[in-house]
Design a protein around this ligand. Structure first.
Ligand code: FEO
Length: 395
C-alpha cells in the first residue's frame, strides 16, 4: 500500500518490523527497520529503489495494485546494496527494457550481484538531470563512500525532495513514516547508532559532502532516506547533526568496557568507573561487559565518549575472544581523537595488557601510559591504579 509523501510522490517500500540484524550480524536491529522505495508520478512515472529480496513478492504485488508496472518509465537505483536492489531482478523480468539510472559504480555492483549486463543502464554523475514533466526534474548527486562507492542521492525539483538513500537514515520501523510522528527518543537513538556503526568510518567524506550539498543552496522541503523516517519537519536538522557527528564527535563521557573470567577484571572495571566519577562528577560514565551488551550499542557509546578504558584478563597469552572480536569491529569504525586505557588480571604470563594496548593503537586510539596489570585477584593496592587511569583519561 502506498503512502503519500508529497503531491505526486508516494512511499512504496517495506516496513520490516521483524528484522533482527543487518549486514549479517554486524548491525543489531532493536526497533525494526524499513526499506524505503518511492514512486513519482508526473508526466513520467519513476520508481526510486526497490526493497530486499525476501520482500520481493509483496513489493511487486503492492506496486502492481497501484500502477500498471509497464507504465514505469524508468527506475533510479541510488545504491546497489541488496536491501535496495534485491527486488530488481524480479521486477526487470516484468519490465525488461526499462532504463535504470545509476552511477558507473552502480552498474558494477548491480551486474556483479545479479549478472544482467543487458539491463538498460543509464550512467549518471553529479549534476546530471532528467526531465520528468510538469516542469520537474530529477538531479543526481554522487555520494561516493556514503557508504559505498556506488551511492547516489536524487533531488526532485519543484517538490524539493532529496532522496538520500542510506545517508540520514536509521534502522527504525515507523508506521507513521514521518519524523514528526516518530518517538523522538528512539529516532535520535537510532540515528546516532546508525551514524556511529555505519557512517563513522567515512566521516571526512560526510563533512565534505554536506558542505558541497549546502553550497548548492537547494531548497530542501523533505529528506527521504532509504531506511527509517522521512524528514519533513525541519528536515535539515539531520544534515546539521551529520555535520557535527562527522568532526571527531565526542561528549563529556568516558566508557569502561571489559570482559572477565573470574570477576577479577570486573572488579578493576568497577573501580575505574567509580574513580572516574569521583574525579569528575560532571562526566557521564558508562560501563559495559562486552559479552552481555549488544556490540553496536557499546560502539554508539564509544562514539559519544572522549575516552574509553578497556579490560580483559590474559588467556592463552592473549585476551578473551569476546574482547578480541569487539576490537576487530572497533578498528573498522575508525574513531579518532579519543584516549584509551587498558587493564586486566592474569595468573601466569600476563600478555593481555600489551595485546590490548597494541590493538587499541591500531584502532586509532591514543593509549595512555597508566594501566592496571593485576596478578590474580585485585587487592586494595591494585585498585589504587584506577586513580592514575582516571586522572590520565580525564586530563
Ligand atoms: Fe541500506 Fe547500503 O544499504
Amino acid at each position: 500500500m502506498r503512502k503519500l509523501v508529497k503531491n505526486n510522490v508516494s512511499w512504496v517500500g517495506k516496513i520490516d518490523w521483524e528484522l533482527e540484524s543487518f549486514h549479517g550480524a554486524d548491525y543489531s536491529i532493536n526497533h525494526g527497520s524499513s526499506q524505503n522505495a518511492y514512486l513519482i508520478q508526473e508526466e513520467k512515472t519513476v520508481l526510486i529503489d526497490t526493497v530486499w529480496k525476501p520482500h520481493t513478492t509483496d513489493f511487486i504485488d503492492n506496486l502492481a495494485k497501484e500502477i500498471d508496472l509497464k507504465s514505469i518509465d524508468f527506475i533510479v537505483a541510488n545504491h546497489g546494496e541488496v536491501d535496495h536492489s534485491g527486488s530488481l531482478p524480479a521486477l526487470m523480468e516484468k519490465i525488461p527494457n526499462t532504463p535504470i539510472y545509476c552511477t558507473a559504480n552502480g552498474v558494477k555492483s548491480l551486474v556483479g550481484q545479479y549478472h544482467h549486463p543487458e539491463w538498460n543502464f543509464k550512467v549518471v554523475k553529479t549534476g546530471d538531470s532528467v526531465d520528468i514533466g510538469n516542469g520537474k526534474q530529477l538531479v543526481f548527486v554522487e555520494m561516493r563512500m556514503l557508504h559505498w562507492p556506488d551511492s547516489m542521492a536524487t533531488y526532485l525539483t519543484g517538490d524539493n525532495i532529496l532522496f538520500s538513500n542510506d545517508a540520514f537514515g536509521q534502522h527504525f520501523a515507523v508506521e507513521e513514516l514521518f519524523n514528526d510522528r516518530a518517538d523522538q527518543c528512539l529516532l535520535w537513538e537510532e540515528s546516532i547508532k546508525y551514524y556511529a556503526n555505519i557512517l563513522n568510518p567515512f566521516s571526512p567524506l560526510v563533512k565534505k559532502k554536506v558542505e558541497e550539498v549546502l553550497a548548492l543552496k537547494l531548497p530542501i522541503d523533505i529528506i527521504a532516506p532509504s531506511h527509517g523516517v522521512i524528514w519533513r519537519e525541519n528536515p535539515t536538522q539531520i544534515v546539521e547533526k551529520y555535520y557535527e557527528w562527522s568532526q571527531n564527535y565526542q561528549e563529556d563521557q568516558v566508557t569502561v568496557i571489559y570482559d572477565t573470567m573470574w570477576e577479577g577484571t570486573e572488579k578493576l572495571a568497577h573501580s575505574i568507573s567509580r574513580e572516574l566519577s569521583l574525579q569528575s562528577p560532571k562526566t557521564r560514565i558508562k560501563l559495559f561487559n562486552v559479552s552481555k551488551t549488544d556490540k553496536n550499542d557499546i560502539m554508539t557509546q564509544v562514539f559519544m565518549s572522549k575516552a574509553i578504558a578497556l579490560g580483559s584478563p590474559t588467556v592463552g597469552q592473549s585476551i578473551l575472544s569476546s574482547v578480541g572480536g569487539w576490537l576487530d569491529f572497533l578498528k573498522e569504525l575508525k574513531f579518532k581523537n579519543k584516549k584509551a586505557a587498558v587493564f586486566g588480571c592474569y595468573g601466569w604470563s600476563g600478555e593481555g595488557n600489551k595485546e590490548l594496548r597494541q590493538r587499541l593503537t591500531e584502532a586509532g586510539f591514543n593509549v595512555v601510559d597508566s594501566e592496571i596489570k593485576c596478578n590474580w585477584n585485585p587487592r586494595e593496592e591494585d585498585l589504587a591504579g584506577a586513580k592514575e587511569i582516571a586522572a590520565e583519561l580525564l586530563s
